[in-house]
Design a protein around this ligand. Structure first.
Ligand SMILES: [Zn+2]
Length: 225
């Protein structure tokens, strides 16, 4: 998405809304804004942000790694032990030719537990190709898709159709597929299926602001990367 997309999208939404009956305004606005996504480049924040609150732990436990949820984020960071300030926005990084990355790469030690970023169920478990060992997770809405790639292995008991909960360990970080030997990271994307039967095709949105929340907004405000 370009930096101007968000504003144009909102303008288009408002124009669409004034043509509708007043009763439908709220629902329609939510739907349109949801469809517009939340590109980090359009976020406006106070130029002198106050200190950020600490991220909370998804699974409080003293004796094991934790998955973090950043303040203001809608998704759990899907690798245990990775904090929001360790995330880097790589959504628009080039990936050969005209292709863009359209995902986030979360660098982490081999074998780090990968957790579900949200509730849903396992749609597909696939091995081979550029993603290597992968998980396709579908949200309860039947449209939102979470994709986890370059996995080392699945967690015990994973099977297609299995309901999974946010924060649940589903796999472990690896370097399978085209990650490059020793380049251990989780490739994670968030998309929306245009046709629920074509699970391999999705319109992706940038997962970085969804994972980093207020930390992403603070970076935009300070111009940091
Ligand atoms: Zn990637």
């Amino acid at each position: 998405m370009t930096p101007t997309h968000g504003n144009a999208c909102v303008r288009a939404s408002m124009n669409a809304i004034v043509a509708r009956a007043p009763k439908a305004h709220t629902v329609l606005l939510s739907l349109l804004l949801a469809a517009c996504g939340s590109p980090a480049a359009t976020v406006r924040t106070d130029p002198a942000p106050s200190p950020l609150p600490e991220p909370r732990y998804e699974r409080p436990a003293a004796d094991r790694p934790r998955a973090y949820v950043a303040p203001g984020a809608s998704l759990t960071i899907p690798v245990m032990g990775i904090r929001p300030e360790q995330l880097r926005d790589s959504y628009e990084d080039p990936r050969g030719g005209a292709r863009l990355h359209h995902a986030i790469d979360i660098m982490a030690p081999a074998g780090s537990p990968v957790v579900a970023a949200a509730d849903g169920s396992i749609l597909k478990l696939r091995t081979g190709g550029n993603g290597g060992i992968t998980i396709y997770q579908i949200a309860p809405d039947g449209r939102t898709l979470y994709y986890y790639a370059h996995l080392q292995r699945y967690a015990a008991g994973m099977r297609e159709g299995l309901p999974i909960q946010r924060g649940q360990v589903i796999a472990y970080v690896g370097d399978t597929g085209n990650a490059g030997a020793g380049n251990y990271h989780l490739h994670f994307s968030v998309g929306r299926l245009t046709d629920p039967r074509r699970w391999w095709e999705s319109e992706n949105t940038n997962p970085y602001p969804l994972l980093a929340g207020d930390y992403a907004r603070a970076r935009v405000a300070t111009g940091g990367r």
